[in-house]
Design a protein around this ligand. Structure first.
Ligand code: SAH
Ligand code: SF4
Ligand code: F3S
Length: 467
């Protein structure tokens, strides 16, 4: 049994990355007729891990169910980014414990970023012995073995800081139109508030040849869009000798002729002019950039370890807007970082007023155990933080609506993805700038990029029709 350890993860002395080419064979009859229930929380990376977990479960013969009561195995793929993750985990475990009373053979598995936290694993061992298997973000490839070899005890296998990259992974993709493609694992930025470098390990880039191969296969399978995934896509390749940089990778992916290329997340720190030029000149790279601000105050940014100032951020933002016509920019903002003053907060509002983001994800700072910011003293009350969040959201939403209203009357290309959940007579899709559009009478257009005339705009979506 291996336990995760934040201190060990922090040291990371060994920079070598091992590339392991999986060659796995499992018997699909092993759990024939049995069902799996998989729930994933967190970011796109976790969602994509969920697609790997699903493929692994199906390789043993399990089929999916969305009813916990019908499941023979339950896997909870957790996120650790904010404190409320804990409530979600333990709330869910309560349901699992109950389900196990009715079905004693139910296998309960916990994985994802929380499984990389030492304190969480200890708590699972001490207080939740009915959990059968625990595996971390570095151990997903061991899932089948963990299931096949499980004993009567809790089986835990979580590595602290493995430096491996696995290739030949199978995914059960949620969509046959757009696909996630990992280009890099882990993160080396260590922003002082963030748990990710501890739960995902050091930055490890995949080789560009493998990434291109994966995208080429997706093109052959008829996929229309790929999203290149990493915590810091701009730093792609920096950990490998003789590898392309991110702009170089984008150019190569562009040559596969996949109709749409997106990427998340871009840290403002490593954003180069070459990247901006590449996005501007390759027609299949979408004019949409998620550029997390976190705070508009240079003082707070320094405390966050973000390594850019308000001015540097704005300079980059302006360069993007000048070079890439119609580029949509979205962001992430944290309010209530320890001892954020009214003045600091006003700096954030000032940047929002300047950048007029297409949309923004906003969060109240959540202290994460083991990170430097969690140890900082903080005089700001929760009531003040909530007030700031409310004020920020109102401002952000007003700009989202403004940005969306500009589309009314325009005809824009939309990739149609499926039937709208709210209205079965409509389909939904996204513009190249990542605006959600609901469209009437276009059921036969799913999987196609079509011209749609925008008829109405709301804060979070557009309505459109085909002329
Ligand atoms: N790699 C990405 C972010 C990944 S986490 C980047 O650097 O931009 C997604 C978002 O969660 C972050 O951008 C940040 O806004 C938010 N976040 C991370 N840690 C947080 C914390 N401790 N409290 C509140 N929000 C947090
Ligand atoms: Fe977290 Fe910062 Fe890395 Fe993003 S760049 S994952 S916020 S440490
Ligand atoms: Fe959450 Fe882990 Fe992603 S903490 S945000 S699932 S990298």
């Amino acid at each position: 049994m291996k336990l995760p350890n934040l201190d060990e993860a922090r040291k990371r002395t060994n920079n070598k990355v091992d590339y392991i080419y999986l060659d796995e064979h499992y018997d699909q009859n092993t759990f024939k007729g049995q069902k799996y229930f998989l729930r994933t929380y967190g970011c796109q990376m976790n969602v994509h891990d969920g697609e790997e977990i699903a493929a692994r479960l199906e390789s043993l013969g399990f089929t999916p169910t969305d009813k916990l009561e019908d499941a023979d195995i339950v896997i909870l793929n957790t996120c650790a980014i904010r404190e409320n993750a804990h409530d979600k985990l333990y709330g869910f475990l309560g349901r699992c414990k109950h389900a196990k009373k009715d079905n004693k053979d139910l296998i309960i598995g916990i994985c994802g970023c929380m499984a990389q936290e030492e304190s969480v694993v200890k708590e699972l061992m001490e207080k939740h012995p009915y959990v059968d298997i625990v595996f971390g973000t570095h151990n997903i490839h061991e899932l089948q073995d963990l299931i096949l070899k499980r004993s009567n005890k809790q089986d835990i296998n979580v590595y602290s800081c493995e430096g491996e990259v696995y290739e030949n992974i199978s995914y059960k993709r949620d969509s046959n139109i757009k696909a996630w493609v990992n280009i890099q694992y882990g993160c080396d930025k260590f922003c002082t508030y963030c748990i990710v470098p501890y739960t995902r390990g050091k930055q490890r880039s995949r080789k560009s040849s493998e990434i291109i191969k994966e995208v080429e296969n997706l093109v052959k399978e008829g996929y229309k869009e790929v999203t290149l995934l990493g915590q810091n896509v701009n730093a792609y390749g920096k950990d490998l000798e003789g590898e392309l940089n991110f702009a170089g990778l984008l150019k190569e992916v562009s040559k596969t002729n996949i109709p749409r290329i997106r990427f998340v997340t871009s840290h403002p720190w490593d954003f180069t002019d070459e990247m901006i030029e590449t996005i501007a000149t390759c027609p299949n790279i979408m004019p949409y950039i998620h550029l997390p601000l976190q705070s508009g105050s240079s003082r707070i940014l320094k405390l966050m370890g973000r390594r850019y100032t308000k001015e540097e951020y704005l300079k980059l933002f302006n360069k993007i807007k000048e070079t890439i016509p119609n580029c949509a920019v979205t962001t992430d903002i944290i309010v209530g970082f320890p001892n954020e003053t009214e003045e600091d907060f006003n700096e954030t509002l000032d940047v929002v007023n300047t950048c007029k983001y297409d949309s923004a994800f906003t969060f109240i700072f959540s202290p994460r155990k083991g990170t430097p910011a969690a140890k900082m003293s903080d005089e700001v009350t929760m009531a003040t933080k909530e007030e700031r969040l409310h004020k920020l959201n109102e401002l952000v939403n007003s700009y989202s609506l403004q940005a969306n209203q500009k589309y009314v009357g325009q005809t824009v290309p939309v990739l149609i993805e499926g039937i709208s959940e709210k209205d079965p007579n409509k389909v939904f899709g996204y513009t190249d700038t990542m605006k959600l559009v609901n469209i009437s009478n276009a059921q036969d257009k799913i999987g196609k990029i079509i011209d749609v005339t925008i008829t109405d705009a709301k804060s979070f979506s557009l309505d459109g029709e085909i002329k």
